[in-house]
Each structure stands twice: as structure tokens, then as C-alpha cells.
Write a protein that binds this ligand. Structure first.
Ligand code: NAP
Ligand code: SF4
Length: 677
């Protein structure tokens, strides 16, 4: 029986008509590359992955992109759907999703000049800055064949059992390459005027509709803001939207920004709901449902966008990695139990770019559904967890959920550990959601919480299992003058315990060094401020002009402080940052005038500042404050004490290994340990 929608999310959860089909609510799980298809047992893993999200009540699930032909594959391993016999193995995925009451759509994506293959094709032979392969210019015959390939691919999807397709017309892939002057320099019927540039997508939609009939759902993903030079102005986007509607599409999803754009679109630095006006522009032009997407990660934000009339539906992708049951929880009135996507990209996009199957920092079960069990333990144990940071919270919450009797000791008077520091970096207060989620889960499953209680060996008697999640402390390197009053640790600065002066040297240019530098140069009022975001990255907030680019995206911004970052390694400072967010951080710091020096040798610290050697020559960098971001050391005193008493413990997170510690590893280890008890 359908429950009544939660009154707070009345619009979000109300059903909608899309073409011939009544859709269970207004939430689409957007397309994501998962790489699960390349895994052993790939079909079983995809069934588990998608069915879980359908059980969580996403109305329409869109797969990762399938190429309609050989030239359109993303990379040599890229999935395609041009062979019906091979595609039939996808049928059980569709059936599993449909059995849970959701619709399953296959995304048709021709990668165009983004295809990482020798013989990639494009409207014009212009190489993309993010691909080393130069595309071949498509002939008229190629173009007509490709339109037919899209129709055949859609027919294959229909024969497999998909309810519909999403035709990928955004993000700079082939279709998008045809629609804008940035990449379409043709002088034939497929280039020049907007009418000609739009012919390719319009003919594709028309061909798919003709081949698949009126009942088949067609979603077209339109580029609502290209964010590249010579991208489409609003009047071209809305004209295309009207033509796509007339050609037979049922729903218009909106895509934001090409992959080569130098504007962040989905990372934590982007204010929530930043792109809603782009969807609103499209909605004003058509009568079919229009979908808003990108940086919408809470039911409240989704509801606000729908209630304001900016869009008819919401597409979320990463939020369904973080919590497959996002919609169900909103409907049942327990939105506070949603594990919120924090837009870090660390285990979704960064994994995909490293050829790993997709997962999620806050939910390690994502993409690994078959590795975790949901059934309660048959042998409940009495478990002590020492340390309430990310790893400890995850271990305690999961162990208690599985039926163990769990006590968590935390020396501080609040939970969160290092997350309380990480959250201070601009935009990273999204970590508050992670702390809310895990502390809520601990409460829900009855963890006995002992805050402001530094556990000693005597507290840990009588437990079947002791988990040490005591974390890390900042490393203080040995250097003459390191105890100078100007020197502070990153923990002292990020916690607010100490305030930096106007001129700052940051020692260490790793992840924390960069976060601290950004914290030091960014005024609090700039964070989450859409106007400042648009100004910083050169975006037209009305999305009216060509490519929605305005202003000077390379221009310097005002800075609260003068900051210099130092690193001993010769590599480029920041080279080890996440693939999908590192460039944003490096650019943001450059815009704020932060200087980063690599290949230096530390000499000493004194009243004058930090003395270093650059290419063997001495140099002094003046500083009011010197912030140590020089790594961490494991906090293991308790573990050592317990070992001398013969108590067996399991260490996780930073206590186990300080190097390369992040919340991703800590939560994963905590969760897996709880499952293994
Ligand atoms: P990190 O990335 O390992 O950086 C520590 C820095 O300290 C290194 O750059 C190292 O560079 C320097 N260092 C180490 N020992 C030193 C010594 N004895 N004297 C002087 N300098 C020394 O560690 P982190 O910045 O503390 O970050 C911790 C973890 O959090 C990392 O795994 C990181 O990936 C993650 N994190 C990531 C991000 C992000 O991607 N945005 C943000 C925050 C944290 P040199 O030795 O070359 O000087
Ligand atoms: Fe969201 Fe980060 Fe999880 Fe990706 S890894 S889905 S960005 S929380």
C-alpha cells in the first residue's frame, strides 16, 4: 500500500505524468558511470546496485552511458548497446528494478571527441583539451548512420526490457558538440546556423520515437549551460528544447557544464542548488517536464526547487550512492536519517577516473552491495569502540545496527574527531551532514555513548571486542625554532583555538595544507554565496549569455591574508589532491594569490619567519603565523597499554595507519570491521 506523501515534501513526492507513463514521484536517479560492468559478476553487482535504489523509491533510474556504436565508446572498455544479443544480458537488471516499482532507462551516450580511442569522431576535427586523440570530422554519411545507430540502440534497449532511454545531449559529448559553435565549424547542413546545428539531436529524437513507438519513455538531456567559450546562449538552448519536445521527447533533463569546462559544477565548493536558474530557463520554454540537476543533495533543496516552479522533477546521482533510500526516507518523514552526499567526489568520480568501480566516501556499501550483509548477527557481542571520529562512529553505528551491544568512548565532549577540523575548510561543512547521520544512527541503534570520557584500560574490561579508533595528532617536525610562538598546528587554526595573522606560511602542501590555505584566504561571507561563486568562476548567474560565461574567470580575487605554501618534494604542489577536486582547489588558491613553493629545504624558524633553501640559496619567508600541515602521527597510547595487559584489540583508521588517512578509509574500515564481528 502506498503511504501518504510526507507533507514537508509534497511536491517532491507527488507522482507525475511523463509522456504515456505515470511516474511514482519526481525523483530521477541520474546517470552515473559505475564501472560495475567491468567487474567479475558484473551483472549480479549491477542488479544489487540498481535494485537497492529502486527499493529506495527513486522513480526512474538511468544507467551509465551506453554507446550506440563503435566510435562512440568512452574508452576501449566502454559499454555499448549496438548488439542485441549481448545487450540481452542486461534484462535481469531491468526486471529487478521494475519489480520494485521503478522505471529503468538506458542512457545512450556517444562520447564524440571525448572518446579515448584512436578513431574518435566529432562534427569538426578539433581536439578536446582533455583528450589526446584528435577526432576525425564526420561525413554526411557518418552523421546519418549515427542517427540510425541511436534509433537502433534505443530499439535494442526496448527489446531488452528498458522502459525508456535518456539521450545524452550535454556535458560536451557528441550531440552537444554539434549544437554549439565551440566545436561545430561545419559549413554543410549540420553546421553554421542554430537550425543546422540542432538538426542532429532533433533527428535523433525523432528517429528514436519512430523506431520505439509512443509508449517508450524518451528523456533528452539538454545542455542548460555549456560553460565553455562559444557555448549556446539561452535563446538557442530554449529553441533547441522546443524542437526536442516537438520531435517526441517526454522529459527534458538538464546537464550543466562540459567536462573540459574550467568551472566547478558539482564539487563541494559549488553552492547547493546553484544551477536551478538554468533549468528554469528551459522550463519556461516547453510544456513537457523539465528536470533540475547538479548539487541538489537534500530533500529540502529539491522541494524548494520544485515548489518555486523552477523545475518539474529532480535528478540526483551521487546522493543515491550516499543513500539508496533517500526518497523512501523523505516519504516516511525521517529525512534526518538520510546519509547525505557531501560532494567530495573522492570515491565516486575519483574512483572512476582511477579505473575503479564507483563507491561513496560516506557509504562504502555503494557499488559493493554484494560484499555487505544486512542480516543481524547470530552471535551478538559486547563491543567497545574507543574514539568517535569518522571510523569509530561508522564502526559503532554499523555494529549496533547488526545487533551487537556497543559502547563508544570519546575523549572530547562531542563526536566527529578530525571531521570537526575538516569541516572548517570552505564548503566542507558538508561534513556536518556525515556527523549528523552517523551520530543519529548510533542513537537509533542504541549505542551507549560516553562523551568527554578518555577511556583507560580499566574501562575496557568485560568486552568481547575492543576497537581502537583513537585517530591521529598533527605531526610536529624536528626543526630549530619549531617551538616559536608564531608556530601553530593546523588543528589549532581550523578549530579556531588560534587565529592566524595577516602573513602566513603554511608548511606542507598536502590535502590539509591546501584546505588550510583556502580557509586562511577565504572570508566566511564568501562561502556558499552564489554571487561570489559566479564572480570567482566567471559564470553568468542568469545563464543568458553564450556558454553562460561572463567576467574574467582568471582574474585575481581579494584575499584576507597573504599566504605562502611550502613543500620539500620537487613535485607540483597539490599534485596528490583528488583528480576531480584538486584543480578547483589549486585554481581557487591561485586566484587568491597564494604562492606555492616546491623543492625547498627547511633551515630554521625565528622572529624573521621561516628560513629555507631554494636551489641551495638561503631565503627568508616572513610570517606572522606559521601553520604546520606536515602530516599526522597515530594516537596509540591506549593500544600500547592494552597490549601490555594482553588485551586483543582491532585498530582502524588513523590509529592503525596515519599515512594517507582520510574519512574514506576510516569509514570503510569501521564499516567492514563491524560486518566482520
Ligand atoms: P599529506 O597529504 O601527506 O601532506 C603532508 C605534507 O607534509 C606533505 O606534503 C609533506 O610534504 C609534508 N611533510 C611530511 N613530513 C614532514 C616533515 N617531517 N617536515 C616537513 N614537512 C613534512 O597529509 P595531510 O595534508 O596531512 O592530509 C592527510 C590526509 O588527508 C591525506 O591522505 C590527504 O589525502 C587527505 N586530505 C585530502 C584533501 C583533499 O584532497 N582536498 C584535503 C584534506 C585531507 P613534503 O615532505 O614534500 O614537504
Ligand atoms: Fe557524494 Fe562523496 Fe559519496 Fe561521491 S564519494 S557520492 S561526492 S559523498
Amino acid at each position: 500500500m502506498e503511504n501518504a506523501p510526507n507533507e514537508n515534501f509534497a511536491t517532491l513526492l507527488s507522482p507525475i505524468q511523463a509522456g504515456q507513463t505515470r511516474v511514482r514521484n519526481r525523483v530521477i536517479m541520474g546517470s552515473m558511470h559505475t564501472r560495475l560492468e567491468t567487474e567479475p559478476d558484473g551483472i549480479a553487482k549491477q542488479i544489487a546496485f540498481y535494485a537497492e535504489r529502486a527499493r529506495g523509491e527513486a522513480a526512474i533510474l538511468v544507467t551509465g552511458g551506453f554507446s550506440p556504436n563503435a566510435e562512440g565508446i568512452f574508452d576501449p572498455e566502454g559499454p555499448r548497446i549496438d548488439d542485441l544479443e549481448a545487450a540481452m544480458e542486461l534484462r535481469p537488471i531491468c526486471e529487478a528494478v521494475q519489480a520494485e516499482g521503478s522505471l529503468m532507462c538506458a542512457q545512450l551516450l556517444h562520447a564524440g571527441r571525448y572518446a579515448k580511442i584512436e578513431n574518435c569522431v566529432a562534427p569538426s576535427p578539433i581536439r578536446s583539451p582533455i583528450n589526446r586523440f584528435v577526432p576525425r570530422e564526420m561525413t554526411d554519411e557518418d552523421i546519418r548512420r549515427t542517427i540510425d545507430d541511436f534509433a537502433s540502440a534505443a530499439a535494442n534497449a526496448k527489446a531488452v526490457g528498458f522502459d525508456g532511454v535518456e539521450i545524452m545531449g550535454s556535458e560536451g559529448y557528441l550531440i552537444n558538440e554539434f549544437t554549439v559553435l565551440h566545436t561545430n565549424k561545419r559549413e554543410d547542413d549540420w553546421g553554421g546556423s542554430a537550425e543546422n546545428r540542432h538538426r542532429f539531436p532533433v533527428d535523433i529524437v525523432r528517429a528514436v520515437r519512430e523506431r520505439c513507438g509512443p509508449e517508450f519513455l524518451i528523456i533528452y538531456r539538454i545542455s542548460a549551460a555549456d560553460l565553455v567559450d562559444n557555448g549556446a546562449p539561452t535563446e538557442e538552448i530554449t529553441a533547441l528544447a522546443r524542437k526536442i519536445e516537438a520531435a517526441g521527447a517526454d522529459i527534458l533533463n538538464t546537464g550543466i557544464g562540459w567536462h573540459e569546462a574550467r568551472v566547478p559544477t558539482i564539487a563541494y565548493q559549488v553552492p547547493r542548488g546553484a544551477w536551478r536558474n538554468a533549468a528554469a530557463n528551459v522550463k519556461a520554454a516547453v510544456s513537457i517536464p523539465v528536470v533540475a540537476s547538479n548539487r541538489i543533495n537534500t530533500p529540502e533543496m529539491a522541494e524548494e526547487i520544485l515548489a518555486s516552479g523552477d523545475a518539474d522533477m529532480i535528478s540526483m546521482a551521487r546522493p543515491f550512492l550516499a543513500d539508496p533510500h533517500f526518497v523512501r526516507k523523505a516519504r516516511e518523514g525521517c529525512a534526518e536519517e538520510i546519509n547525505t552526499c557531501i560532494a567530495c567526489n573522492q570515491a565516486c568520480l575519483d574512483f572512476i577516473f582511477s579505473d575503479l568501480p564507483v563507491s561513496c566516501l560516506v557509504n562504502p556499501k555503494a557499488g559493493r552491495e554484494t560484499e555487505f550483509r544486512d542480516t543481524p548477527s547470530e552471535n551478538p557481542k559486547k563491543v567497545a569502540v574507543v574514539g568517535g571520529g569518522a571510523g569509530g562512529m561508522a564502526a559503532a553505528a554499523e555494529a549496533a545496527r547488526l545487533g551487537h551491544d556497543v559502547t563508544l568512548f570519546e575523549a572530547a565532549d562531542k563526536l566527529g574527531g578530525q571531521l570537526n577540523l575538516a569541516r572548517a575548510a570552505p564548503g566542507k561543512d558538508e561534513f556536518d551532514e556525515t556527523m549528523r547521520y552517523y551520530s543519529g544512527q548510533m542513537k537509533k541503534h542504541g549505542v551507549d555513548l560516553r562523551l568527554a570520557h578518555r577511556a583507560g584500560a580499566e574501562d575496557l574490561e568485560g568486552y568481547d571486542h575492543v576497537v581502537i579508533a583513537t585517530g591521529v595528532t598533527p605531526r610536529v617536525p624536528e626543526l630549530p625554532g619549531i617551538d616559536h610562538p608564531k608556530v601553530a598546528t593546523y588543528a589549532e587554526i581550523l578549530s579556531g583555538e588560534r587565529e592566524a595573522g595577516e602573513t602566513v606560511v603554511v608548511m606542507g602542501a598536502g590535502g590539509i595544507g591546501h584546505d588550510v590555505a583556502e580557509f586562511l584566504v577565504t572570508a566566511p561571507a564568501e562561502v556558499h554565496n552564489l554571487g561570489v561563486f559566479c564572480d570567482t568562476w566567471g559564470v553568468d548567474p542568469k545563464f543568458a549569455v553564450s556558454g553562460a560565461l561572463a567576467g574574467d574567470p582568471l582574474g585575481l580575487k581579494s584575499s584576507r591574508r597573504n599566504v605562502v605554501m611550502l613543500q620539500r618534494k620537487n613535485s607540483k604542489p597539490g599534485a596528490g589532491l583528488g583528480v576531480s577536486t584538486g584543480w578547483i582547489l589549486r585554481n581557487a588558491l591561485r586566484k587568491h594569490g597564494v604562492e606555492a613553493l616546491g623543492g625547498i629545504v627547511y633551515d630554521r624558524i625565528d622572529d624573521a619567519g621561516v628560513h629555507i633553501l631554494v636551489d641551495g640559496k638561503p631565503k627568508v619567508i616572513a610570517a606572522d603565523t606559521i601553520v604546520l600541515c606536515t602530516g599526522q602521527e597515530s594516537e596509540r597510547d591506549l593500544a600500547a597499554d592494552l597490549a601490555t595487559r594482553g588485551v586483543t584489540v582491532t585498530m582502524i583508521g588513523g590509529a592503525k595507519e596515519a599515512a594517507e588517512l582520510d574519512a574514506l578509509r576510516a569509514i570503510d574500515e569501521g564499516m567492514r570491521l563491524a560486518q566482520s564481528l
